[in-house]
Design a protein. Sequence first.
Length: 119
Amino acid sequence: MSTVLFWIFIVGLAVALMVVAGLFVRAYLTGASPLAELFGEPRAKRLGVVEQSAVDGRRRLLLVRRDDVEHLILTGGPVDVVIETHIQRAASQAISYEDGQDGAALAPPDYGHPHHPHQ
């Protein structure tokens, strides 16, 4: 019985040493101290996919956020294409309807019918 307990202790010690070694490797790769990896605050994510949509069977539109700027990217074709860059976050462009407006002021300007440019 003592031999089984000895081997359980050895395996547990080996697992603990691997975890500590992993923390040191991660700290070395990120440039942080090992104690900061254990007890520090988690870093805020700077990069993320906000939204994605399938265009067809292969291509996808991705809205990617980096810090507070969003970028629209088309992926999956022969070449990935950046469609639009430096899109400001929607939260900074929020519109309040509390003042009683019905939203008519938000309609796009009317430039006339495309077949009648002199309207």
